[in-house]
Ligand binder design. Structure first.
Ligand SMILES: C[S@@+](CC[C@H](N)C(=O)[O-])C[C@H]1O[C@@H](n2cnc3c(N)ncnc32)[C@H](O)[C@@H]1O
Length: 296
């Protein structure tokens, strides 16, 4: 089965079978999503029947899609609340602009978020943009909450994702007036979306966005345009055939330094080795994120 066919099947399952959950879902019937998570964050479902301060919106525990994500390796880090995507139920949603960010948190996003929490000192007092963050921007939201004085913009090209990001921000910033985070629709293939952010960011984060053949050059251009001179982008993605290699080649022509690493965090390497040995659904080519660092 081709990779685009596999992704289409994920969306079809989301409509026909309504099987999708936020992450770690083992019910997928194809290889792309059978491995769901490296379990780097402890997840706890919201008990909103007890906790909701808005009685009219109370839901049963089963209906509630809010989960707290805790990075136990870094006990001083704050939990981030994430709303797992609703199953995609309308044909309109499927036919709208790329919906892969409304399906789940992909392992590359989880790993990137974990990397950001481990390296939170990097992002303190810095402006940070997440591109193609889907409906959760788990990494960008972790930076916003855990890196003091950071200025964070969460983004995606899909309007529904950005609506969800607004809710994620609202949920996480209640009673926290020092957190500087906002969300916006930014499409890499539309320069009018990113020209106003030219040379604005010290750091750009991006996870699992390299498999769109037609938008790969746009992603390189948009990232370059929005980074400050001497800014750095961290891009996490599995190799997935030659998609990562093609992206890296394009970056070589543009950025002053481009490096690739498959050993950026001992715990991720350990989990990767364990999954390789013990999980028949784990395919490093599709699931193990490589870290690409780009310096302008
Ligand atoms: C596989 S999802 C990854 C989402 C999230 N980073 C994660 O890993 O969970 C790819 C994301 O890229 C976004 N995307 C695809 N093409 C885009 C474009 N041209 N401009 C902006 N976002 C785009 C999609 O809307 C989607 O949310």
């Amino acid at each position: 089965m081709s990779k685009s066919q596999a992704r289409w099947d994920i969306l079809r399952n989301a409509i026909v079978e309504k099987k999708l959950t936020g992450d770690g879902d083992s019910s997928f019937s194809n290889s792309v999503r059978r491995f769901g998570s490296f379990d780097l964050f402890a997840r706890k479902q919201c008990n909103c029947v007890v906790n909701s301060d808005k009685p009219t919106t109370r839901k049963t525990k089963e209906e509630c899609r809010w989960f707290s994500y805790t990075c136990q390796e870094v006990p001083e880090s704050l939990d981030v609340w994430i709303q797992h995507p609703e199953p995609i139920t309308s044909v309109k949603d499927v036919l709208s602009f790329n919906n892969t960010g409304n399906v789940c948190i992909w392992p590359a996003e989880e790993v990137m978020a974990y990397y950001c929490v481990l390296h939170m000192h990097k992002f303190r007092n810095r402006s940070v943009l997440e591109l193609g963050g889907g409906s959760t921007c788990l990494a960008g939201m972790n930076v916003a909450l855990n890196c003091k004085n950071s200025h964070v913009l969460l983004s995606d090209g899909n309007v529904k994702c950005v609506e969800s990001l607004q809710q994620v921000i609202e949920m996480n910033t209640k009673n926290k007036n020092k957190v500087d985070v906002s969300a916006s629709v930014i499409r890499w293939d539309n320069p009018s979306h990113y020209q106003k952010h030219e040379e604005k960011f010290d750091y750009i984060l991006c996870a699992d966005c390299l498999f769109f053949d037609e938008h790969r050059p746009n992603l390189v251009d948009a990232t370059y345009a929005m980074l400050k001179p001497e800014g750095t982008a961290f891009v996490f993605a599995p190799r997935r055939g030659n998609t990562l290699a093609t992206f890296v080649d394009l970056c070589m022509d543009k950025f002053s330094q481009v490096s690739e690493s498959d050993f950026y965090c001992p715990l991720v390497s350990l989990k990767h080795e364990r999954a390789r040995k013990n999980n028949q659904h784990y395919d490093p080519d599709l699931h193990f994120p490589i870290m690409v660092e780009l310096m302008k």
